[in-house]
Design a protein around this ligand. Sequence first.
Ligand SMILES: Cc1ncc(COP(=O)(O)O)c(C=O)c1O
Length: 380
Amino acid sequence: MFVLSDRVKMLAGSERSQRPMVIPKGAIRLEMGEPDFPTPAHIQEAAARAMRDNHTHYGSAYGEMALREAICTSLKRDFGVERKPENVLITSGGIAGIHTICATYLNAGDEVVLPDPEYSAYADSVSLFGGTPIFVPLKDDFHIDFSLLEKSISKKTRILFVSSPGNPTGRVLYEDEVRRLARLAVEKDFLLVVDETYHRLIYSSTKLLSVCQIEEVKDRSILLNSFSKTYAMTGWRVGYIVADEPLIKQMVTFHKTMTICPNVPAQMACAAAAAGPQDCVEAMRREYEKRKILVTQKLNEIQGLTTPPCDGAFYFFPRYEHALTSQKMREYLFTKGILVRSGTEFGAGGEKHFRICFATSTETLEKGLTRLKQALDELT
Ligand SMILES: Cc1ncc(COP(=O)(O)O)c(C=O)c1O
């Protein structure tokens, strides 16, 4: 066999890669992070139309103009901000956006500050491109501990990544937290990346302040987003970056080297998603909210679990009191026919936690949470 590169060895060793290859029959899957809805019909039709109209050749490295304009329309609609297509780079899913940022701005020895727990792709990408992740434990309610954060910022800090709404925590940063992050980025001279992949999946009266609404950090912030979750489009692989034009010009170099451009008919479908009717998004969001209420009730009935509220995205990240490590807990629940994600996949701060995703049917959730209760009760 050929010798693996150190980069791939590092990725293969990451807990993110340690997922079961074979799913036992009858297992309840609460581990996946993707919508169970089909992509809305008008979006599918836009892709079919794009193919019929021969939008089937290489496109612009920045992304299709129709899509970049549609994203500007959505930024005006959702956040009241004016952006130009020159401020938008279309990426092959949010994940390629993350790699593009790390590839463009990191050199060996550079540090990247990451909340802990946090979406695991950031740490993997930082290491892949030679940077050093610096983990900053979150508070018990999954909000940012600014005294710890400030101590973690050094002269070597280049980037801070944060997701809001958060994966795996379901926490939405308070307006005041986003403003404080922005002030720190200016004072300490780093790039603030806010991943708003779940920005339309927000519950009850929670409000999201987008980083693109904060003028003072405009030249040193990146809004990262994706069509995957909002429009049930995980398989289409389209995401985007919004930033000042000089940054977009820097980032396009790596992205086009990697992919030339994202799939063009998929981009045309996303243009229909971003600028078209939004009632499909609201219908899915309402359904998730119902499920969230059900899961909250069910989790509260399980002894030994502490579950901070989920204000956005479709995850709960309960803390348990049992002795098992979170990797062992994942394995134990697997033997009981319930699939969850181990908390430490998202950083050491996820120890004694597991992540469940409620983007699945009410029936599956009822069954899964009944099984989860039985399995955890057996441990006490
Ligand atoms: C916070 C966050 N960002 C980005 C992504 C990447 O999504 P995609 O590559 O499908 O756009 C995910 C996927 O789970 C996520 O949870």
